[in-house]
Write a protein that binds this ligand. Structure first.
Ligand code: ZN
Length: 324
């Protein structure tokens, strides 16, 4: 389907409530101190999968045994957590406060621009949870499957994709490397508009360049050029014009709605992940309840009952996954 370039299946890392519930499930049957604060552990483990959390509890049990504790203490858990983080987590998952804020502005930029544009898909979820190679992500889902995409929609897609980078420019006047994936996609969409969809007034309705589908070279490995040097220059200029126009729109939106951008960032820093409902509430100027929901913790430690299932469910083939 044109205009949607990245379809992939992604399994979500659980959010804070999800991690707390998972910890409680895995803690069942283990000899734990009564003082264990699962909420704190959940807060400290962004980006952990269920398997990571289970490993951490096992590591804590080993530590407790080594220290001749009869029960696993909070200190054992924290130590196990530090070890788990220093291992596989270090490369991509440890993020300092400043980086976390930059990531939040980047993702909030995508989300606010995307939501305020008429033709972009509604924002489904925004998160600053790192996952795999990406530091955060903004998901936009169409209300229904689309088979035809209009020029207006493509222009709005590009504008929303630029929203992350533009937020960095607007807020800090500085740039970070996180937008590289966005910029590649922006260029691909703009080039396709000019060369494949005939959406440039100047170049008209020509299909410029033929796609090569040599299976041994991978998809679209190279374009076969069937146009002159002169036309190539015009294509570059037209692509540049589209991107500049979208960049200008994204800048106007974020400058005009800076209060919304700041509010979404504050909510992301506190909650890590915003559902569509939460995101819309923040855009409306409402404040969200604090992340820790009130819950009963029975003395026998059986806190994880059926009502505390992880909130995050695996997302199957979202139309757009926006890394970093
Ligand atoms: Zn981005």
């Amino acid at each position: 389907r044109p205009g949607r370039f990245d379809r992939q299946i992604v399994v979500d890392a659980p959010d804070q409530n999800g991690r707390e519930a998972i910890l409680k499930v895995h803690a069942k049957g283990k000899p734990l101190d009564t003082e264990i604060d699962f909420a704190v552990l959940a807060k400290r483990t962004p980006g952990f999968t269920g398997a990571d959390l289970a490993n951490m509890l096992n590591e804590a049990a080993l530590l407790a045994a080594r220290r001749n504790h009869s029960r696993i203490s909070q200190a054992d858990l924290e130590e196990a957590l530090d070890r788990t983080i220093a291992g596989p987590q270090r490369k991509s998952r440890i993020i300092d406060e400043k980086e976390r804020e930059v990531i939040a502005y980047h993702e909030a930029g995508h989300a606010v621009v995307g939501e305020l544009l008429e033709h972009a898909d509604p924002v489904h979820k925004v998160t600053i949870l790192p996952r795999g190679m990406s530091l955060g992500s903004t998901w936009q889902l169409p209300e229904a499957d689309k088979y035809l995409v209009s020029k207006d929609e493509l222009v709005d897609d590009i504008t929303a994709l630029l929203g992350g980078r533009v937020a960095e420019e607007t807020v800090y006047g500085r740039l970070w490397t996180g937008a590289v994936g966005d910029l590649e996609r922006v260029t691909r969409i703009a080039r396709a508009m000019v060369c494949e969809y005939g959406m440039s007034e100047r170049l008209g309705t020509l299909a410029l360049g033929r796609r090569s589908h040599n299976p041994f070279l991978g998809r679209d490995y190279h374009d076969e050029r069937n146009y002159s040097e002169d036309v190539a220059k015009h294509i570059d200029e037209e692509v540049r014009k589209i991107v500049d126009h979208c960049h200008q729109r994204a800048t106007e939106i974020l400058t005009q709605h800076r209060d919304k951008l700041d509010a979404v960032v504050a909510a992301l820093l506190e909650h890590e992940t915003l559902t569509r409902e939460e995101f819309l509430a923040v855009l409306d100027g409402k404040s969200l309840p604090p992340p820790e929901k009130p819950r009963e913790t029975p003395k026998d430690g059986a806190g994880a009952d059926a009502s505390e299932q992880p909130r995050s469910k695996p997302n199957i083939a979202p139309p757009r996954f926006e890394p970093a």
